[in-house]
Design a protein. Structure first.
Length: 109
């Protein structure tokens, strides 16, 4: 087998592997309404994306301050989504920077 053929096979194998990994990631959703998340706790797998939809009449500011993940959505207006990928297994606290009682525990396996 030529070096060019081996390189092409390696590139194809890497592309298939990356596509398979992307296909395994999932999305989970929660809503924000009446200054609260729709659930208090959610379980995800590493690589999954959490979609937080603001169904409230007011703006929110989704934040995570964790050694493995820092996130700040900025001002999230009513009707907008905030999307956050959780790359590593651990327990994370998601909260609203505007409404401190809004908390969501995310357990990532």
């Amino acid at each position: 087998m030529s070096a060019g053929r081996r390189s092409a096979d390696l590139v194809l194998a890497l592309a298939v592997g990356l596509a398979a990994g992307a296909a395994l990631a999932a999305e989970a959703g929660v809503t924000q309404k009446d200054r609260a998340f729709s659930v208090r706790q959610i379980d995800l797998h590493a690589g999954d994306v959490l979609v937080m939809h603001n169904e409230d009449a007011r703006a929110h500011n989704i934040q995570v301050n964790h050694p493995k993940l820092t996130y700040n959505s900025g001002l999230q207006e009513p009707g907008e989504d905030a999307r956050l990928r959780f790359p590593d297994p651990d327990r994370y606290l998601v909260f609203c920077g505007i409404h401190p009682k809004m908390k969501l525990s995310v357990q990532v396996q």
